[in-house]
Design a protein around this ligand. Structure first.
Ligand code: DGP
Ligand code: NA
Ligand code: NA
Length: 210
């Protein structure tokens, strides 16, 4: 006898937003909530700095290395591609993934530097499509006030304003825009509702797509 529950797949849930929008803490809170409910789930993030490609990205972000804009764009993309097989097998085995940044960051941050948006999208084609994108919406000025930016390359107000403009061009029906200026608990509550619905739909047989 086949256990039907083992056939249901996990959901690919992606957090997007500007630096300091609260993605990292909200994704951690969401993962603990789902784990407590007994949902099989893992917290992922991109860039995944643990791989060799990820280490090159990390050095670039820390301004320890200089790379051509297209070169670093392709490294960020390669960092997602190198995790694709594992991502698909997790989802198919029933584990949901909550991912802090994905292709939308790839396109928004590189387009904000002036690269052609279609060129930026091309290497992302064929990666697994998210079931739900949770965009934490915080105006760049507000994000900048939050304990200040770190010292990484993109953490500057003028640049973040451009990133926000490109993000707004990338919205699609998988997106839910969540007001990132609400209280931590208010945001958490909204996210929980959106995610529970998404996980249900995936369990009921929504296919995994590229
Ligand atoms: P984080 O570890 O989430 O703080 O991300 C590091 C920085 O890199 C952050 O400023 C966002 C940026 N970033 C994330 N993914 C990509 C990507 O695919 N391409 C580019 N150009 N930047 C990215
Ligand atoms: Na950052
Ligand atoms: Na972050």
């Amino acid at each position: 006898n086949v256990d039907r529950s083992s056939l249901s797949r996990g959901a690919l849930i992606v957090f997007e937003g500007l630096d300091r929008s609260g993605k990292t803490s909200q994704s951690a809170r969401l993962v603990s909530f789902l784990k407590e409910k007994g949902v099989p789930v893992e917290a992922w993030r991109f860039p995944d700095r643990s791989t060799r490609v990820g280490q090159m990205i990390s050095a670039y972000l820390a301004n320890e290395s200089q790379l051509d804009d297209r070169t670093i764009h392709l490294l960020f993309s390669a960092n997602r591609w190198e995790k694709r097989v594992q991502m698909e097998s997790k989802l198919r085995s029933g584990t949901s993934l909550v991912v802090d940044r994905y292709s939308y960051s790839g396109v928004a941050f590189s387009s904000a530097k002036g690269l052609d948006i279609d060129w930026c999208k091309a290497p992302e084609v064929g990666l697994i499509a998210p079931d739900l994108v949770l965009f934490l919406d915080v105006p760049p000025e507000r994000a900048a006030e939050r304990g200040g930016y770190g010292t990484e390359r993109y953490e500057q107000l003028e640049f973040q304003k451009k990133v926000a403009q490109y993000y707004s061009m990338l919205r699609d029906p998988t997106w839910e825009i969540v007001d990132g200026c609400l209280t931590v608990e208010g945001i958490e509550e909204k996210l929980r509702g959106l995610v529970s619905e998404c996980i249900d739909t995936c369990q009921k047989g929504k296919p995994v797509t590229n």
